[in-house]
Design a protein around this ligand. Structure first.
Ligand code: UDX
Ligand code: UDX
Length: 451
């Protein structure tokens, strides 16, 4: 089949689904983006995304204008016309840490009722290993002759378009090798268009060449969570050593620069600081632990990664308290950066928000600022925390500044300017970005994590 006669439906136009749909709509395919949430759907119909992602709005708008991207909330209008259906519905975590698969199964059942025999159902949502086999059983029970392929997603928010176009690897796994090849062919097609799409989105093309990996269903499912769990493990490892660095007077940044220079280890994801957040790492780590338990395997190492991560906001607040004789009561503290990382408005499991809420409990007055996440942060911040719409307003006259997210606007603001705007001198660099000497020369007391 050629792209011109292949229609695709993407179920769930969230961070992953909307990015995927918009990109494929520029690679020669006609793509339905199915989104049941009416507010989200409305925003997409206006040619925008409901979250901030560099370059995404431009390509959504262009694809809508061309008619290759069709937002809808109807399975009946979209799925029967589609040869391939990607599912990227949400997988929230259950209170016990396992993944809630209600939406995953509901979407599969609904799609099965509409899919033509021989169609391909591609799972992009992160699901525990074994889920694909269970969905195949549902298809069989419904008498639907559909090929199931697991195609895990590796895009990072903030660089979602770049990561999808200039990927390290595309993984597809399933029991029908032809269906697996057809899914990989969609990405090969996307690759032929990638520089054109990148230019339209305002993203810099690169010469990155990635791998296409076809494998079994269970392996594909395990690859995704294992990759994320390993990255989370690297971060927690760096944070453990950061605590030791604090005790022995070493600098974790120097330590990890040198450790990471070993090609067998690599420097990526060894940045110590306030820990990881977001819609993936916390959930994937707890999901992997739950999967292990389901099969009688205790993944002790992941429990440790999780425990280190949840300790980090409290650890940083303790360090700050030690610098103020244990008392922050009445002090003015500005927390800068509420998104779980730069380049996104996403505040799911955000360490910046954990820091702000923890500091509020010490009796401090907390102000905050984020270039994109103010709206989304509102309901997660405890009552009494004041959000400002500019960096300058948030830091004016404060005793303490806490750098929680590496937004360019926040990290390129010079130490000198922070010092001039503040009334106090405590500068908490919870992402270990700033040069210690420069901060000290500006008259501030530098507090890092493991420095
Ligand atoms: C995705 C994956 O689904 C998740 O498993 C992975 O770990 C990260 O990427 P994400 O795109 O971040 O999740 O989730 P979200 O932004 O919540 O998007 C999911 C979308 O699916 C929402 O817009 C939601 O309205 C929609 N949805 C929900 C459906 O389409 N059908 C449903 O039954 C429920
Ligand atoms: C992650 C994976 O990287 C991606 O492959 C997968 O598809 C989805 O989950 P994402 O959650 O968007 O992507 O962000 P990522 O850049 O991986 O960062 C996750 C968290 O770890 C952020 O809070 C970030 O600030 C933190 N982090 C990252 C560190 O604390 N230290 C590091 O060295 C790197």
């Amino acid at each position: 089949m050629t792209p011109a006669d292949t229609t695709i439906t993407v179920l769930g136009a969230g961070y992953v689904g909307l990015t995927t749909a918009a990109l494929l709509a520029h690679a020669g395919y006609t793509v339905y983006a199915l989104e049941p949430n009416p507010e989200r759907l409305d925003v997409i119909k206006q040619g925008k995304s409901f979250f901030f992602e560099e370059g995404l709005d431009a390509i959504i708008k262009a694809a809508l204008d061309r008619g290759t991207l069709i937002p809808t909330d109807s399975y009946a209008d979209s799925v029967p016309r589609s040869h391939i259906v990607f599912s990227s519905v949400g997988t929230p975590d259950n209170p016990d840490g396992s993944s809630n698969l209600t939406y995953v199964f509901a979407a599969a059942r609904e799609a099965a009722a509409h899919l033509a025999p021989g169609s391909i159902y591609v799972q992009k949502s992160t699901v525990p290993v074994g889920t694909g086999t269970r969905i195949e059983a549902v298809f069989t029970e419904l008498g639907a002759s559909i090929h199931y392929v697991s195609n895990p997603e590796f895009l990072r928010e903030g660089t979602a378009l770049h990561d999808t176009l200039y990927f390290d690897r595309v993984v597809a796994g399933g029991n029908d090798s032809q269906a697996v090849d057809e899914v990989l062919a969609v990405y090969r097609q996307l690759e032929t268009w990638r520089d054109t799409i990148a230019t339209a989105a305002g993203i810099k093309p690169t010469t990155q060449t990635g791998q296409y990996i076809s494998t079994s269903l269970n392996s594909a499912e395990l690859i995704k969570v294992t990759a994320n769990a390993f990255l989370a493990l690297k971060i927690s490892f760096a944070n453990s050593i950061a605590k030791l660095s604090d005790e022995v007077g070493a600098d974790i940044v120097d330590v990890m620069d040198a450790v990471g220079a070993d090609k067998r280890i690599g420097r990526a994801f060894l940045q110590a600081g306030r820990g990881y957040g977001g819609g993936c790492f916390p959930k994937d780590v707890s999901g992997l632990i739950a999967s292990g338990l389901d099969h009688g395997v205790e993944l002790e190492i992941m429990h440790a990664a999780q425990a280190v991560n949840s300790s980090m906001p409290g650890y940083i607040v303790e360090k700050l308290l030690t610098s103020c004789d244990g008392n922050l009561s009445g002090k003015k503290v500005a927390v800068l950066g509420l998104a779980f990382k730069a380049g996104t408005s996403d505040v799911r499991r955000s360490p910046g928000i954990a820091l702000a809420n923890t500091i509020l409990r010490t009796g401090a007055q907390v102000t905050t600022y984020d270039p994109q996440a103010l709206g989304e942060a509102e309901e997660k911040l405890h009552d009494g925390i004041v959000q400002f719409d500019s960096l300058e307003k948030a830091i004016a006259g404060v005793d303490v500044v806490i750098i929680a997210t590496e937004w360019p606007e926040i990290i390129h603001y010079s130490a000198q300017r922070y010092a001039e705007a503040m009334q106090g001198t405590l500068f908490v660099d919870a992402i270990n970005h700033f040069d210690i000497a420069t901060v000290q020369q500006a008259g501030l007391r530098y507090i890092g994590v493991g420095r």
